[in-house]
Ligand binder design. Structure first.
Ligand SMILES: NC(=O)c1ccc[n+]([C@@H]2O[C@H](COP(=O)([O-])OP(=O)(O)OC[C@H]3O[C@@H](n4cnc5c(N)ncnc54)[C@H](OP(=O)(O)O)[C@@H]3O)[C@@H](O)[C@H]2O)c1
Length: 327
């Protein structure tokens, strides 16, 4: 028997972490292609910090949270691939900081064998983001070289392991030496401290001055010149984070490299396109989980401590995932 209401973290107003408030709401109703997950763990993502700053008026939900792990307690009439009680993890369109979370069945994956709920909840946002940008957008191929700024972010700690296992050379930048050391242990070929070194020179030296085929940039547009110096001819620079200052691109460098500069957001991508990514992840990544790819968990908070989790994320000291344990 499902309860009528549950605890969620809602955004009371635009502002600091203190606007995240534990409130009681009716549990979500599900559509015919959706499942209702009793959440054990929710992932905290940098996106949630931005959503919080923007306030409660979000088109999908004023409850942040894009990924959860838990068990299925209800399912829509069209859902055939899961049964009640199945342990899963899912990419969701908000609503993740909650006891009960609805998810499209098509964007839900089985909890990987041997994984805890903490580990499973660390996967969806990082894996969908990496797969979407590297394969769907950049159309990269094994052997390509990929530079990721924000090398110890929740996303990158998974991306480094996934991509190095798939035959890519991964280069990263980080803001501290200890973060660089960690990224190297995860499989990065080169990790540059952008505060103390010239990362472009380090990349050019280790690529025979050819540069990288793909840049994944979480810096908010901090490197328009450096990215174009580091990119290989015909390469793709993908921005994942909007900056707060105007983004000025040196056109002569862009044209000389025939490079592409774009920016993407995963959240508005359709459920059906995400379903294709989910299928690819299930086939190509799930067999590697545990043996070749292990989530890096920095710290776990309770649902009621969501504000503390956001404070920690905004200090930029963490390595890997920050999570909320729901039950
Ligand atoms: N567009 C999309 O669809 C999408 C999807 C997923 C994630 N993202 C973005 O990808 C990034 C990683 O996500 P996450 O949740 O894994 O984040 P996270 O764990 O909070 O890591 C972000 C890290 O990036 C580094 N960084 C460099 N420049 C930064 C800047 N201007 N602002 C904030 N951090 C900066 C920081 O480490 P250093 O000390 O090394 O600088 C920081 O710890 C975030 O920027 C997020 O918004 C975008």
């Amino acid at each position: 028997m499902l309860p009528e209401s549950h605890s969620v973290i809602a955004i009371a107003a635009p502002g600091g972490p203190e606007v995240l408030q534990l409130v009681t709401r009716p549990i979500p109703t599900i559509g015919e292609g959706e499942v209702l997950i009793k959440a054990a763990v929710a992932g905290v993502n940098r996106h949630d910090v931005g959503q919080r700053k923007g306030g409660p008026k979000h088109a999908s939900s004023d409850v942040p949270g894009l990924e959860v792990a838990g068990s299925i307690v209800a399912k829509g009439s069209r859902v055939t691939e899961f049964k009640l009680g199945d342990e899963v993890c899912a990419l969701v369109d908000g609503g993740g900081y909650a006891e009960y979370v609805k998810a499209p069945a098509a964007n839900t994956l089985p909890k990987p064998a041997g994984f805890s709920n903490l580990e499973a909840a660390s996967l969806p946002e990082a894996l969908f983001t990496t797969w979407y940008n590297v394969f769907n957008i950049a159309r990269a191929e094994p052997g390509d070289k990929i530079l990721i700024h924000g090398g110890t972010s929740g996303v990158a700690t998974i991306a480094i392991q996934l991509l190095s296992n798939k035959g890519f050379d991964v280069f990263v930048t980080c803001g501290e030496d200890r973060k660089c050391d960690f990224a190297l242990k995860l499989g990065a070929k080169v990790a540059s401290n952008y505060r103390t070194s010239n990362f472009v020179e380090e990349i050019m030296k280790s690529t025979n001055r050819q540069g990288v085929q793909v840049v994944i940039d979480m810096s908010g547009g901090a490197y328009p010149d450096q990215n174009l110096e580091a990119i290989a001819f015909g390469g793709v620079i993908i921005h994942l984070t909007p900056g707060s200052t105007p983004f000025n691109v040196p056109l002569s460098k862009l044209m000389a490299k025939s490079a592409w500069i774009t920016g993407t957001r995963l959240r508005p991508v359709s459920v059906s396109e995400k379903e294709k990514i989910a299928n690819a992840l299930r086939a190509e990544v799930w067999p590697l989980l545990g043996s070749q790819i292990k989530p890096v968990i920095h710290q776990v908070f309770s649902l009621g401590e969501a504000a503390e989790a956001h404070r920690l994320m905004e200090q930029n000291k963490h390595i890997g995932k920050i999570l909320l344990k729901i039950q």
